[in-house]
Write a protein that binds this ligand. Structure first.
Ligand code: NAP
Ligand code: GDD
Length: 323
């Protein structure tokens, strides 16, 4: 029998890759689409699946719309990927972030509980919850210490997922995903900001790249690898929480150097440090320990950072050349 999945955040980076993965496995894929004035279907178009997914109007802040979407899709699996996901914006829009990123997850969990508690639920938790890290390598047992309104909202959603699992026996799992990127990454995130700028500088359309804290370190992987882990979590007999990471950490500066070097440019000729991009509180370093996901899901990150950044630079060169 054809399985059905409902994805919130289907128009985002992960939503698009996950939709493609599930379509390839024969799922009927439905997406909750918060209609906005601008075109938000470009990622689905780039993957060639915009006509294969079924969009349902709805917003994470509106429980009734989620219930309707869940009823219409008859989903066996619900992936809650929708969020105000940009950490920087969470200081300027903390209440919206709480509503969408935090309470939004409560709305989806309530819809599952009320409409079909046998459906399986995935929550997009994050390494941002570790924030001011309490262990050198973060795993499922590392205490949380979020450093942004986004991290705090995600922590609420994470614990609510655990709580609904324990209270109502829902098959509810959380993926604590470390940073993952791709050519479909939003332009505001640092990797894509860098690869887009490198493409523009190389093609003579921009001169400088302005960044904030380039000493920050992140455990960066490829989004295409990470959505497989989401699906694997919902195929397990028992729901659980898993850290998904590469197990390597790199500074923002080193990541930039990979991008500039790839096109034969010298980073020092173009990089400007701009205080406007520093954050009120920073997550200095993240380094995940994916041992549990390796052992229980058989999952490992396949793509190396260098490959990933080169893939992103090449995609941006193609885009900028066509524009
Ligand atoms: P993204 O590209 O920013 O996508 C966010 C999605 O949420 C978009 O589809 C967006 O719709 C949707 N959305 C925003 N507000 C909404 C609302 N009020 N109602 C319904 N949908 C709404 O994020 P991503 O990188 O794919 O990440 C997916 C999820 O994983 C997010 O929850 C993120 O916080 C989490 N996460 C990401 C990473 C990472 O490194 N990428 C790591 C850990 C966890 P529009 O397209 O219409 O704006
Ligand atoms: N965005 C951005 N822009 N970040 C910059 C800049 C800049 O100009 N300059 C330095 N950085 C630093 C940030 O201060 C941060 O330390 C690091 O680059 C990464 O920033 P982002 O790419 O914006 O990602 P993030 O780590 O804050 O959050 C992402 O990963 C989380 C998982 O750890 C997002 O995808 C979150 O949604 C996700 O939960």
């Amino acid at each position: 029998m054809t399985k059905s999945a409902l994805i919130t955040g289907i128009t985002g980076q992960d939503g698009a890759y996950l939709a493609k993965l599930l379509l390839g496995k024969g799922y009927a894929v439905f997406g909750l689409n918060a209609r906005r004035s601008s075109d938000n279907l470009w990622r689905l178009r780039e993957l060639g699946i915009d006509n294969d997914v079924q969009m349902i109007d709805g917003d994470l802040a509106d429980l009734s719309s989620i219930i309707r979407a869940f009823q219409a899709s008859k989903a066996d699996e619900v992936y809650n990927l929708g969020a105000q996901s940009f950490v920087g914006t969470s200081w300027t829009q903390p209440l919206l972030t709480a509503n969408v990123t935090g309470v939004g997850a409560a709305n989806v969990l309530e819809a599952v509980r009320l409409v079909n508690p046998d459906a399986r639920f995935y929550q997009a938790s994050t390494s941002e919850m570790f924030g001011l890290i309490q262990a050198e390598r973060q795993n499922e047992n590392t205490p949380f210490y979020p450093r942004s309104p986004y991290g705090v909202a995600k922590l609420y959603a994470h614990w609510l997922t655990v709580n609904y699992r324990e209270s109502f026996k829902l098959h509810a799992s959380s993926g604590i995903l470390f940073n993952h990127e791709s050519p479909l990454r939003g332009i505001e995130f640092v990797t894509r900001k860098v690869t887009d700028a490198v493409a523009r500088i190389k093609l003579g359309k921009q001169k400088e790249l302005r960044l904030g804290n380039i000493d920050a370190k992140r455990d960066w992987g490829f989004a295409g690898d990470y959505v497989e882990a989401m699906w694997l979590m919902l195929q397990q007999d028992k729901p659980d929480d898993y850290v998904i990471a590469t197990g390597k950490t790199t500074t923002v500066r080193e990541m930039c150097e990979i991008a500039f070097n790839h096109v034969g440019l010298n980073i020092n000729d173009h990089l400007v440090i701009d205080p406007a991009f520093f954050r009120p509180a920073e997550v200095d370093i993240l380094l995940g320990d994916p041992a549990k996901a390796n052992a229980k899901l058989g999952w490992t990150a396949k793509t190396q950072l260098e490959q990933l950044i080169v893939m992103m630079v090449e995609a941006d060169i193609t885009r900028v050349s066509k524009a």
